[in-house]
Design a protein around this ligand. Sequence first.
Ligand code: FPP
Length: 253
Amino acid sequence: MFELFRKRRKDIDDNISIDHDNIPKHIAIIMDGNGRWAKQRNLPRTVGHKAGVETIRRVIKECDKLGVKYLTLYAFSTENWKRPKDEVSALMDLLVEYLKKEFDELNKSNVVINHIGDISKLPDKCSRELISAYEKTKNNTGIVLNLALNYGGRSEIIDGVKKIAQDIQDGRIGIEDINENIVSSYMYTKDMPDPDLIIRPSGEQRLSNFLLWQCAYSEFWYSNINWPDFSESDLHKAIYDYQNRDRRYGGIK
Ligand code: FPP
């Protein structure tokens, strides 16, 4: 049934022609709608998250195939701790299971498995697995997969501000050195380009504390599809729409 639905969407996709010379370098996704997807099927929310992991697999593959260089996935926010304990714990287990199960395949595909956010607050098994995955893949040269975990844009900015203040106090930089590039270099995403395209499925149209510093000139793309149903066709459509936007960065063409 789902396959048939996907096939139909694929036909739509075939009418979209993506410019392969203008693929966004960095795509960031707010993976929303797992709970609603499950509810619509009278299933527990955790089944929705599991179905969401399937989408992660497909989307990484497709982004890699298209030549996207950085893919950032919002997997757990600094606010998600407010969810019921069982759901938080299921998400943490899912993360460990995902990293263990997918590691070989991702490594073989040359993926750098990176993370952003304060992972020191995650259960030990999660931070251990994340650090190990990063250490083993950091020299890979393929797509960089950024898993945003215990991530909050405001926390990231606060962390950066504290580090800048410390470096000023210790004489490593001066106040006059502070500019946009310097501030960027204190963010978790240092050395990465800002996201060109931010995708949020599930019908919500807000940023939810995601990449606040980095999204100054990102293009946004929303859709009503819940994350577990997000297909390669949706990704193509988002990229196609992105390619037809007029990015002026505040200037005039
Ligand atoms: C938002 O949907 C989704 C999350 C908070 C978790 C996303 C996590 C995964 C897709 C799987 C685990 C991650 C990895 C990296 C293995 P929601 O639950 O808020 O949906 P709702 O708004 O419909 O309730």
